[in-house]
Design a binder for this molecule. Structure first.
Ligand code: ADP
Ligand code: MG
Length: 394
């Protein structure tokens, strides 16, 4: 399937505004958007206080909304087009109520609303219509986009904005407590704080964010989706995290951020080979992110691409979170080679499914899309987008 034109934020906002008016019988008073993200390099580093290089993409969750008009009303009616469902969240119910069980999308919305007072925000009851161009469960962080969009809506209804880092923490807590996903902070930060035209070098220890320019006339980012939705299972994820903890303990460091590759020689006799390989990935990945950010800053696209290739090989062989479908797309992209305009390709996100990210020359993008369409379920060009905010006129 080749990619049909994806509506931009303004188009999506207009659609949401119209649908809101039809569904709720009055005009929306605000429209907000929050983007999904792709991680260019630096996977499985966040929980060891490492480095990552995410980029917000031009695919967003957009919400049109208006306060309820009945005084004393506490019920929020929220419709998601993607889920074809309206959920009702009563603000009274959120107080002292345990997080909703199960896997439904309401958990993400209810979580952000429930924790709003902790963030110093108290929104009036509202009705909302959610449009989205972030495919769910594809590793592009639709959950963070949804959470950050809801938090941005609350800001808009309250008339006060938080620093992006505070907003990201609020959303991360919602995902931890209400969705039961012990995620790092990268997804929410990328969605809340990115700058158009730039990726973001993120230090997961200090939370320093450094914009890295990605000029559209010089470099393109493509995503090829395997169509596999077999995300890393919680047991596999827990095993990887525990291996990193074991390695750090044996190395006598707080986190693997403080370790270097040579340090692993010291513990090679005491740690199981699989644990050593997990640690080797994390330590090497931090070095690769640093080098990749430096290469991108200088416009050394092929160096950046080579580091992305090395990152994939490490995730496949040492961290063992790739899949046959991811490997096949990476191999196909690499076979096009630098002569065909491909600088590098790697799996992105937690792994075992989801997408491959490709760094390419802009003039080669359509040819690369055509080639990869044969084996990927979809291929799209993504552009570095601004973080969350009100949509113009919204
Ligand atoms: P990812 O964040 O990689 O897309 P997750 O499993 O973390 O995958 O989050 C996906 C979940 O987020 C969906 O299953 C759904 O519950 C929720 N979600 C994402 N987009 C929307 C949307 N447009 N409307 C409602 N819920 C959504
Ligand atoms: Mg998610």
């Amino acid at each position: 399937m080749s990619e049909p034109e994806t509506p931009d934020r303004a188009t999506l906002a207009e659609r949401a505004r119209q649908s809101f008016a039809t569904r709720f019988g009055r005009p929306a008073t605000t429209v907000v958007a929050a983007p999904g993200r792709v991680n260019l390099i630096g996977d499985h580093t966040d929980y060891e206080e490492g480095l990552a290089l995410p980029m917000a993409i031009d695919r967003s969750v957009v919400i049109a909304a208006a306060p309820r008009e009945t005084p004393g009303d506490t019920a929020c009616r929220i419709h998601s087009v993607a889920m074809n469902e309206t959920c009702v969240v009563r603000r009274d119910d959120l107080v002292n109520t345990p997080p909703p069980a199960g896997r439904g999308w309401k958990r993400y919305v209810a979580g952000v609303l429930a924790l709003a007072p902790d963030a110093g925000m108290s929104a009036p009851a509202f009705d909302a219509w959610i449009e989205s161009t972030v495919p769910p469960d594809a590793g592009l962080s639709s959950s963070a986009a949804l959470e950050v969009a809801v938090a941005t809506l609350v800001e808009s209804l309250v008339g006060r904005t938080l620093p992006p880092l505070e907003k990201a923490r609020w959303c991360q807590r919602a995902e931890h407590v209400y969705a039961g996903v012990p995620c790092g902070l990268m997804d929410q930060i990328a969605s809340a704080a990115s700058t158009a035209g730039h990726a973001m070098l993120l230090d997961c220890r200090t939370l320093a964010m450094t914009p890295i320019p990605l000029p559209a006339r010089e470099v393109a980012v493509l995503l090829a989706d395997t169509g596999e939705r077999r995300d890393l299972t919680s047991s596999a994820y827990a095993e990887r995290r525990q291996a990193c903890r074991d390695a750090a303990t044996h190395l006598g460091v707080a986190t693997l951020r403080d370790a270097e590759r040579v340090d692993l020689d010291r513990v090679a006799d005491v740690l199981p080979p699989a644990v050593l390989r997990r640690a080797c990935h994390v330590i090497g990945e931090n070095d690769r992110v640093r080098a990749c950010a430096a290469a991108l800053r200088c416009g050394h696209w092929s160096d950046a691409g080579r580091l992305m290739n090395e990152s994939h090989d490490s995730l496949r062989d040492d961290f063992e979170v790739s899949s046959a479908a991811l490997d096949a797309i990476v191999a196909a992209a690499r076979s096009i080679g630098s002569g065909g305009g491909v600088h590098g390709a790697r799996m992105t996100g937690a792994g075992m499914g989801g997408c491959v990210v490709i760094l390419a020359a802009p003039e080669a993008a359509s040819g690369v899309m055509r080639r990869l369409t044969r084996i990927a379920s979809s291929v799209l060009v993504v552009r570095p987008e601004d973080g969350a905010g009100p949509v113009c006129g919204g």
